[in-house]
Design a protein around this ligand. Structure first.
Ligand SMILES: C[S@@+](CC[C@H](N)C(=O)[O-])C[C@H]1O[C@@H](n2cnc3c(N)ncnc32)[C@H](O)[C@@H]1O
Length: 291
């Protein structure tokens, strides 16, 4: 069964996601797409990737937001509507789709409840011009990635996969232990097989390169400054909780670490980098205009 994600957590991370994703890879995807582009966003959640990528692609677009969680998809429509209206873009919505009107053409958005644990050949991925996702591919297994590489014939933009290069500033001697407990949890089965966690970017590269695809990558780290207290609080608490669960014999040490780190957040004395990578995989023979 798919793990559930809290919509408020997705909202808290959205500005960090937006500041971190690689605009250069998104523009390269744009250069590979037709004048009217159809995209499917796997594990779309509340539509954060749409709000970031649609303006960069800047042309008529048809999006399918695909997710296991119907409540997140419902929230996606509400958030897209609020976001578009605040930018002066008119929105029309029906029960199953919405249209955002922009000076460069309409963006039609539909939602589809899907379980990505089902065979990927049933998702109609190749009826679209590209498959995109954000903060999803570290949840999938190596087998899932191999299946995706076998099924897919269209470009894939996978944003914000964790790569394990996490650091707190200032460093503390217990950080390494906490991060290692946290990383173990990132590789837990979250409904899509034993999760790749920080091995996701290299697994993507290997699976697609083996089939002759061109894979480009860019660092997309969250750089969380000391004044982003809500985000830091959430990360310190979740790292502490998960690590304490994973490292039972060192639970007290982890809890003391979490208390100390929370105090540093309170005083504006802690900052963090969370290592991520964006990957763009292009099928063999795809010609990009201007290259
Ligand atoms: C970390 S969230 C990322 C959401 C969104 N892409 C973003 O960047 O804000 C992962 C998303 O994948 C979805 N998901 C997880 N497992 C799934 C599955 N088996 N099938 C479909 N969606 C799944 C979750 O519901 C959640 O919305």
């Amino acid at each position: 069964m798919a793990e559930t994600f809290d919509g408020d957590w997705l909202a808290l991370r959205e500005p960090f996601d937006a500041a971190s994703r690689s605009v250069a890879l998104a523009q390269r995807l744009g250069a590979a797409l037709p004048a009217r582009a159809r995209l499917i966003d796997l594990g779309a959640g509340t539509g954060s990737l749409f709000r970031w990528l649609a303006p960069i692609l800047d042309r008529p677009q048809e999006w399918t937001l695909a997710d296991a969680d119907a409540a997140l998809l419902e929230r996606a429509f509400a958030e897209i509507s609020r976001w578009a209206t605040s930018r002066g873009l008119p929105v029309t919505a029906s029960a199953s789709s919405m249209v955002v009107r922009t000076p460069k053409g309409a963006w039609r958005v539909e939602a589809e409840v899907v379980d990505l644990a089902a065979p990927l050949s049933g998702l109609g991925l190749n009826r679209r011009d590209a498959v995109v996702c954000s903060a999803l591919l570290d949840l999938v297994s190596a087998e899932w990635m191999t299946e995706m590489a076998a099924v897919l014939k269209k470009p894939l933009l996978a944003c914000l996969s964790v790569d394990g290069r996490d650091r707190l500033y200032p460093a503390h001697p217990v950080d390494r232990m906490v991060f290692s407990g946290f990383r173990r949890d990132q590789q837990r089965n979250k409904g899509l097989g034993v999760a790749l966690g920080p091995k996701s970017p290299e697994a993507l590269r290997a699976a697609f390169a083996a089939r002759g695809w061109t894979v480009r990558e860019a660092a997309s780290d969250w750089r969380i400054p000391a004044d982003a207290a809500d985000m830091l609080d959430m990360l310190v608490a979740s790292h502490g909780e998960v690590a304490a669960r994973r490292l039972r014999d060192r639970r007290e040490m982890v809890r003391a670490w979490a208390r100390l780190r929370a105090k540093q957040v309170d005083r504006g004395r802690l900052a963090m980098r969370v290592g991520h990578r964006d990957s763009l995989a292009l099928p063999p023979g795809l010609v990009i205009e201007g290259e």
